[in-house]
Design a protein around this ligand. Structure first.
Ligand code: GLC
Length: 490
């Protein structure tokens, strides 16, 4: 426990068990809970979406009004609890009472810049109304990246906020929040005085650039991704901006939530298993084959669960699978997303109906079953800031086959590089032929060296990425931002 808790306002656009589109939500739940458990005074603030789960449990606290040069915007603040962490919800009908979080189908809402600049301004008002003076505004990705800018430009001399600092966590720098300047009228002229560094082209603001420039500290969600952000190839065009903040940029690996992802206790599985007895895994495997209507035969199963986006490497995977499916294997892919990828997967499935199953769905239950029932797990990502599924796969003795980028490289040990420590397979060049090659090597290992394969499974299950480790590193980062000398960790 901590003698002097840091007051942290954790600001996120999505939080697991309330609203989720991706891995950001997992972290926005697990990290605040872990910080709280370690004695910090952490509170979450997010938009109150129409689709928010546990909608009915939210308790209304008060109404507020945001003054702007044009008109006033009325909104309400609600609260619910995520275990013992308060979550403040900003309800504003015109902005958040919509069917989705950020987009309708594949089209982003065309006022996202305005929606999230409203949210960012409201965050300050709500904190003051709650009399919660944050030591740290912990921001996440572009949706909240205006906050460091507002803190430095608008609130630098404000009696309530003048001692607050900001930390920006980068979960995915490919999404930068680039919007035309006119969307920022709620900033009351602040956007006009913006320095060139945070513009994109002549007429657009790049919110992530604003966060990078003005946050007191920045972290990426893995050490390797932090390094990549300093390179031309891996920074999504932002390396010059990150270079300027090199001294304040670190990588902190996400933890894995083993309370949800432990095959020994997972209630979504037909049966449980652990490293001392893997027999339950065979049952999960059988159930996976039955549920996906694949033959119940003894061939290796390669699983994949993800958003269907280019980032996840489909343009390497689709041509590689054309060849790989000639072998005696089964492949199960689960996900929703890009309609082009959906079409290609459906066409490939028609060609290989006995070997490939594509389930066009977002299903937590099926995600758990694939993690448990498959023998290998595919993540051929073009880039992957941290990645969570490879951590789940390791815990479930399902050997990950990953591209050596971002957090994938930080969490998987490659069989060819270090057979005695290996937990999976890594390929590097973003070429279908390289992916095909690694898939075949994994298959060979399975067929020809079953004892090695079993040893890798046991080693994989021992890999552990505890949130506690990350919490120590975040606390050190907060202390640096606050200029407090770091506390010795055990
Ligand atoms: C984003 C990244 C993913 C990361 C997650 C949580 O979804 O794409 O790699 O694990 O954020 O930080």
């Amino acid at each position: 426990m901590t003698a002097n808790p840091v007051r942290i306002l954790f600001i996120a656009s999505e939080v697991e068990s309330l609203a989720k589109t991706g891995g950001l939500a997992d972290v926005a739940k697990s990290l605040p809970l872990a910080l709280k458990e370690h004695g910090q005074d952490v509170r979450i603030i997010m938009p109150f979406y129409k689709t928010l789960k546990r909608h009915d449990e939210a308790e209304k606290l008060f109404d507020l009004r945001l003054h702007t040069n044009h008109d006033d915007i009325e909104y309400s603040v609600y609260r619910l609890m995520l275990e013992d962490v308060p979550v403040y919800l900003i309800q504003q009908h015109a902005y958040f009472e919509r069917d989705q979080l950020y987009s309708e189908g594949e089209f982003a809402y065309d006022d996202n810049g305005e929606r999230f600049s409203f949210f960012s301004r409201a965050v300050f008002q709500v904190a003051e109304a709650l009399d919660f003076k944050p030591d740290i505004f912990h921001c996440n990705d572009w949706h909240t990246a205006l906050i460091p800018y507002l803190l430095k430009q608008k609130y630098a001399h404000h009696p309530f906020f003048c001692n607050s600092k900001s930390v920006l966590t980068i979960h995915n720098a490919a999404f930068q929040g680039i919007f035309e300047k006119h969307q920022f009228h709620l900033l009351e002229g602040l956007a006009d005085g913006l320095v060139d560094q945070i513009l994109d082209g002549y007429n657009c603001l790049n919110l992530l650039k604003a966060g990078i420039r003005y946050a007191d500290k920045i972290n990426a969600v893995s050490p390797n991704y932090a390094q990549e952000l300093l390179t031309r190839l891996g920074s999504h065009g932002l390396c010059d901006y990150f270079e300027q903040r090199r001294a304040d940029l670190v990588g902190i690996l996400n933890g894995c939530d083993y309370s949800d992802w432990d095959p020994a206790t997972d209630h979504l599985l037909p049966t449980n298993y652990s490293s001392s007895d893997l027999s339950g895994k065979a049952v999960c495997r059988h159930t996976l084959q039955v549920k996906t209507n694949l033959a119940q035969i003894d061939v290796p199963i390669f699983g994949m669960v993800c958003r269907l986006t280019e980032q996840k490497g489909f343009y390497l995977l689709l041509p590689a699978l054309q060849q790989f499916l000639r072998h005696n294997v089964q492949v199960v892919i689960v996900g929703t997303g890009d309609s082009g990828i959906v079409g290609e997967l459906e066409a490939l499935e028609k060609q290989w109906p006995d070997k490939l199953r594509f389930i066009h769905a977002y299903s937590n239950e099926l995600a758990h079953l694939v993690e448990a029932g498959a023998d290998f797990f595919l993540m051929p990502s073009l880039f992957e800031p941290c990645g969570l599924n490879q951590m789940y796969s390791l815990a479930y003795a399902t050997l990950p086959i990953v591209r050596g980028v971002g957090g994938l490289k930080d969490t998987v040990v490659d069989y060819d590089e270090d057979p005695s420590q290996a937990t999976g397979h890594i390929f590097y060049d973003p070429e279908p032929a390289d992916l095909l090659n690694i898939l075949r090597r994994a298959l060979l290992l399975y067929l020809e060296h079953p004892e090695e394969f079993q040893a890798m499974r046991h080693r994989a299950m021992k890999s552990r990425f505890h949130w506690q480790e990350s919490v120590w590193q975040y606390e050190a980062l907060y202390n640096e931002a606050l200029n407090v000398s770091p506390v010795q960790q055990p």
